[in-house]
Design a protein around this ligand. Structure first.
Ligand SMILES: *Cc1c(COP(=O)(O)O)cnc(C)c1O
Length: 372
């Protein structure tokens, strides 16, 4: 690949960097700048564990560098999940870990495979290291293992799979994850992105952590941004074979977790009651919301099955997703409309409080009944 000559005479980005469309975060305000109730970024409507908030105030002084290896957090996570801390790496959000996993194992000429309607960051982290993103077709918005496997060839280096997936909410059961892994060559890294794992009922576990414990080519990533209610602290973690973790440690940010991030997340791990409460709230409200939306099937509005803390609604009748997005914004709510991800017919709505979900369901009913 030849670099394009610079028009201005300034530095010229690599062509694969120029091809990146920057990540689009969930918005928190309307077109007029008015702040709206934010159900666009899958944040926890219950906030944060009070124990975590208390620990945050007692973090090491900001004049001192943090523990470069996040030892206390890796120990706490290891204890909670039964994992040797040598098999754990922490990152500035799981986003950092996804990026360094791609960069450690793929580069120009290599391919990184993920499913259509997968997490939007995968395109960015694949291109950022110069690899070619390869997108497998979905199966009614879900992941089809055979369609992923059909694209694996001698250039494939990494597969990204979010389970549950964002933005669809779809979930691959344990047997399908195992089947995918079993069919992969040993030198292909399978990254199972479990950002929403805490929302999945424990009996529905997808087996990712067990695969990462047993095989050299599986990395599971997790985050404190969702069920733990700590999106602002920017903490994620990953587990895999010690050799894999050692490679990733070479290229992560040297002091990637700051003092408050470490203190807060250690206490958050210690408050599993908060996580269980978040899971229970989410399951209850998600079920209620999906039931409230079901009658709108008559108007071409349907909810995809979700195991996460959001629901993807499809608008296939007179009410368009765009009109519903605008209508919800007029009523004070911002959700996620996804034309940039090939989903102009869809809205992703984070599960909020009971009152918020009632208001949104009522607004959608009103708009669907009156759409022409
Ligand atoms: C929200 C999310 C993440 C978490 O990103 P952080 O950098 O940890 O905040 C990772 N993967 C998916 C699929 C997500 O939706």
């Amino acid at each position: 690949m030849a670099d394009a000559p610079s028009q201005s005479g300034g530095p010229v980005p690599k062509p694969w960097i120029s091809a990146i469309h920057a990540y689009v975060p969930g918005k928190s305000a309307g077109k007029d700048g008015r702040p709206l109730i934010k159900l666009s970024a899958n944040e926890n409507p219950l906030g944060t564990s009070p124990k975590a908030l208390a620990a945050r105030d007692e973090a090491v002084a900001p004049s001192l560098y943090p523990d470069p290896d996040s030892n206390a957090l890796r120990r706490a996570l290891g204890e909670l999940h039964g994992i040797d801390p040598a098999r754990i790496i922490c990152g500035t959000g799981s986003g950092e870990l996804l990026a360094i996993a791609a960069g450690a194992y793929a580069g120009p000429g290599d391919e990184i495979v993920y499913v259509r309607y997968g997490f939007s960051l995968y395109d960015i982290v694949a291109r950022r290291c110069g690899a070619t993103p390869v997108v497998a077709p979905d199966a009614d918005y879900g992941t089809d293992v055979d369609r992923l496997l059909a694209l694996v060839n001698e250039n494939t280096r990494v597969i990204f799979l979010a389970n549950p997936n964002n933005p669809t909410g779809s979930f691959l059961p344990k047997g399908e994850i195992a089947r995918l892994h079993a069919a992969l060559p040993a030198d292909v890294l399978l990254v199972i992105d479990q950002a929403y794992a805490e929302y999945v009922a424990p009996e529905d576990d997808d087996g990712g952590l067990a695969l990462a414990a047993e095989h050299a080519n599986v990395l599971v990533t997790r985050t404190f941004s969702k069920a733990y209610g700590l999106a602002g602290e920017r903490v994620g973690w990953a587990t895999g074979a010690p050799e894999l973790i050692e490679v990733l440690n070479r290229i992560r940010g040297p002091f990637n977790l700051n003092n408050t991030a470490q203190a807060t997340t250690v206490a958050a791990v210690g408050d599993q009651e908060f996580v269980a409460h978040s899971r229970h709230h989410n399951a209850t409200e998600r079920t209620r919301f999906v039931s409230a939306i079901a009658p709108l099937g008559n108007y071409g509005v349907r909810a995809l099955p979700s195991q996460a803390n959001f629901v993807l609604l499809l608008f296939e009748g007179a009410l368009s997703a765009e009109a519903a997005y605008e209508g919800l914004a007029e009523r004070g709510y911002i959700v996620r409309w996804l034309p940039g991800q090939g989903l102009p017919q869809a809205l992703r709505i984070t599960i909020g409080t009971a009152e918020q979900m009632d208001a949104i369901a009522a607004a959608l009913r009103d708009m669907a009944e009156n759409a022409k």
